[in-house]
Design a protein around this ligand. Structure first.
Ligand code: BGC
Length: 761
């Protein structure tokens, strides 16, 4: 070794030791040390930490942490190893994980459980059940190496055509809020985070990244913000995701009033706000607003670096947001060094999913006790989706599950005889659909393809060989576009199929059941008279087809109820004239002219008949309601309501009990009734009763007075209505509030940037 080599070696050693010492001197991310870390960071470090890693090259992320598998995950946060800051992983979504089941370069699979969609979960009205689903889902987040589930999504189902309604819970903010809070509790009990999304008023997918939703302050407070408020206050999600849309002129991700004044100051949110993927237009405005993290991150880096250079943003703003990002990272399994297994207990989760699926299905019609069917051995299965079960929707709401058994497979597994020649006709049809299309979209081809038209002779050929006909009607949708009125309606072929099967089977004194394997509301009024029974199966995850047969044959008694209204026609929907927005072919603004009169608040107040009302759902047994008692007939701080529910029928079952309030409306117009509480009974045996207990506090009495920016409970007589649905009120009682109460004064913010011609009665 010559002198030169020696000197070079020595120099290298010196540089490496100095670098190591320097790293040692740098503060490391630890509880209580966040400010020190921030103080040691360069502007570039800070800017990079405030956005995700970007959307390229996820299979081999340049983060230096070889334990992170990124293949199909939605995004990564930035990492800086010299400060001990690991990358964290963010993964979709609402009905189960969306990750690549065959990660590149790995010799194992990572299938995830497809749980029922949020709409189907909401139809259970069962918070304990939803929490349990959350627990199982969160375990998959943890064991597949992720840190945050990008869910739940709780935008209001304002219009049936919104393409993402299946990801959302309800048209009512209390149902959405209470059940999503249960989901957050369940997921986060695993030590992983959630991202409550999309904050706020993301009710339209058409032009979703630019559309301006024009909403009154009252409708925002009472309808669109309310569910988020419940979840934030009751379940403390780690993160909130701001939405794509503009609201009253401003992007939500750039809106300080929304993300700071309301979310943090009024509701006490302590977590992190991230943007939706590529949302908003102005990174500086986003930072100032309190949108701490920009996802997936990339092009805004230079924008923020320039902003600092030209003093367009105060560095303190970056530090504030960075503090929230680092506080979040400290909580993650990745920071804590959790060694994930890639082996969640999929068998156990399968059962959780099936149980949720059976409770989420809603029996809409059951003439002459057609269901549960008796003496049925041979079934004729009509409709393409009898042979391809739609477990969930598309887009980021999709789940990469292993397999969802189909309805025909489920019948066979349960020992029924499925008519084979009919099955063959549909299987050939499905094959031909798949052959016609490109390989990439095989999974959803069948769902979006028009239904097969069968001749009367083909239908008649089944009658003798079958004891019963089932017709499955399927629909699918996903983010990025809304549904059309044609998709809401049944096609002529579908209606013809229902008509012909019903006529031919009824002539032979055999029954016909329609199963709806759909993600959102469809037309029912123009065909529902024809079949004997209708079961709304929703998109109930990978076990849906098993759950469905359990209900049809009576192993399980249906107990789901509608978390939204099924209107008589699309034109009855209060936002039908304004959806998606103006101009209709390429909307810029969406005017929420119906104001607070969304869903049943509209139908009930304006006495518009519906096909199936909010809160509706049949059972194989009957429930009697009695002994409605109020703790007082004068309101002070709280009223306790108790009611007795008895199973007076012949089959064990559960009942959803709904509490509506009819409030005095002297100072303000009000919906004729609003849901203020709900609960589900345990499974009651025939003859068994349960006492249900609800509490009503002053916030349940309050409406939003825009002129005072306050929630005000108006004095007068309040009627408590206990119902089995919004139209089926069984018991009523009154109490008096002797003086107005200002329950809360809030910021006067988020006023519309255009006049709204709001609906009045
Ligand atoms: C969706 C979000 C989703 C994100 C990441 C966006 O397009 O709106 O709901 O979490 O993508 O996949």
């Amino acid at each position: 070794m010559n002198r030169l080599t020696l000197m070079i070696l020595f120099l290298m050693l010196y540089v490496s030791i100095t670098a190591q010492n320097e790293v040692k001197r740098l503060p490391q991310l630890k509880a209580g040390k966040i400010d020190n870390v921030i103080a040691a960071m360069s502007i570039q470090d800070k800017v990079y930490m405030l956005m995700g890693l970007g959307d390229n090259n996820w299979t081999n992320p340049p983060v230096g942490d070889k334990t992170v598998i990124i293949d199909g995950e939605a995004g990564l946060t930035w990492s800086i190893s010299k400060f001990g800051i690991p990358p964290t992983v963010l993964t979709d979504g609402p009905a189960g994980l969306r990750i690549e089941p065959h990660p590149q370069g790995k010799d194992f699979t990572r299938f995830c459980t497809a749980f029922p969609t949020a709409t189907a979960l909401a139809s259970t009205w069962n918070a304990a059940l939803v929490e349990n689903v959350g627990k199982a889902l969160g375990n998959e987040v943890l064991e597949y190496g992720s840190d945050v589930l990008l869910a739940p999504a709780i935008n209001i189902q304002r219009n049936p055509l919104c393409g993402r309604n299946f990801e959302y819970y309800s048209e009512d903010p209390l149902v959405a809020g209470k059940l999503a809070a249960a989901m957050v509790r369940g997921v986060q009990s695993n030590g992983v985070g959630t991202s409550l999304k999309h904050f706020v008023a993301n009710n339209i997918e058409t032009n979703r990244k630019t559309i301006n939703e024009v909403v009154s302050q009252r409708a925002l407070r009472e309808i669109y913000l309310r569910g988020f408020e419940i979840v934030v206050k009751e379940a403390h999600p780690w993160t909130v995701m701001s939405s794509y849309n503009r609201l009253n002129g401003f992007y939500t991700s750039e809106n300080y009033d929304l993300l700071t004044n309301i979310l943090r100051d009024e509701w006490g949110f302590k977590g992190l706000v991230m943007s939706d993927w590529w949302a908003g237009a102005d990174a500086v405005a986003q930072m100032n607003a309190g949108n701490d993290l920009l996802m997936p991150g990339c092009y805004q880096r230079q924008e923020l670096l320039d902003a600092i250079k030209y003093k367009n943003i105060d560095e303190k703003v970056l530090d504030r947001n960075l503090n929230r990002v680092l506080t979040y990272i400290l909580k993650t399994p990745r920071y804590k060094g959790y060694v994930y297994s890639n082996k969640p207990d999929l068998k156990a989760h399968q059962l959780v999913s099936e149980n949720a699926a059976t409770e989420g299905m809603v029996l809409l019609k059951n003439d002459n006790n057609t269901l549960p069917f008796k003496k049925v051995k041979r079934v004729a299965l009509f409709g393409k989706t009898s042979y391809r079960y739609i477990a969930g929707g598309t887009g980021s709401g999709e789940v990469n599950y292993d397999y969802a058994p189909t309805i025909n497979e489920s019948f066979e597994k349960n020992g029924f005889q499925v008519d084979k020649p009919l099955e063959e006709i549909y299987k050939q049809f499905i094959d031909s659909i798949n052959k016609q299309s490109s390989k990439n979209d095989l999974k959803f081809n069948v769902d979006f393809h028009p239904e097969l038209s069968l001749s009367k002779a083909q239908i008649a050929a089944q009658v003798k060989k079958s004891d019963l006909a089932i017709i499955t009607i399927g629909r699918n949708a996903g983010e990025g576009s809304d549904r059309s009125i044609a998709d809401f309606s049944l096609s002529d072929t579908e209606k013809q199929l229902i008509r012909n099967v019903s006529e031919i089977f009824h002539a032979a004194k055999k029954k016909v059941v329609v199963v709806l394997n759909i993600g959102g509301v469809i037309a029912t009024a123009d065909w529902r008279d024809e079949p004997d029974a209708i079961l709304l199966a929703w998109q109930t995850g990978q076990e849906g087809a098993y759950a469905l047969v359990d209900i049809l044959k009576g192993t399980v008694n249906p107990s789901g109820k509608l978390p939204m209204t099924f209107p008589m026609t699309y034109s009855d929907v209060p936002s039908a004239k304004t959806f998606p927005g103006e101009p209709a072919d390429n909307p810029v603004n969406a005017f929420y002219n119906e104001g607070i009169f969304v869903g049943y608040r509209y139908y009930d107040t304006f006495k518009v008949p519906t096909a199936y009302e909010f809160g509706y759902g049949l059972s194989y047994t009957k429930f009697e309601y009695s002994k409605l008692q109020l703790s007082s007939d004068k309101f002070k701080d709280l009223i306790t309501v108790t009611v007795n529910v008895k199973n007076s029928g012949k089959k064990a079952g559960k009942e959803v009990v709904e509490l509506y309030l009819h409030a005095p409306a002297l100072q303000l117009e009000k919906p004729v009734q609003e849901l203020k509480a709900f609960a589900k009974t345990d499974e009651l045996k025939p003859g068994q009763s349960q006492t249900m207990k609800f509490t009503i506090d002053s916030s349940s009495l309050a409406s939003f007075r825009t002129d005072k920016s306050s929630w005000v409970a108006e004095k007068g007589t309040y009627e408590v209505r206990i119902g089995a649905s919004s139209n089926d009120i069984r018991l009523k009682s009154n109490f008096l509030l002797s003086d107005d109460i200002t329950v809360e004064k809030v910021h006067n913010v988020l006023y519309p940037n255009f006049p709204i011609k709001e609906l009045h009665y």
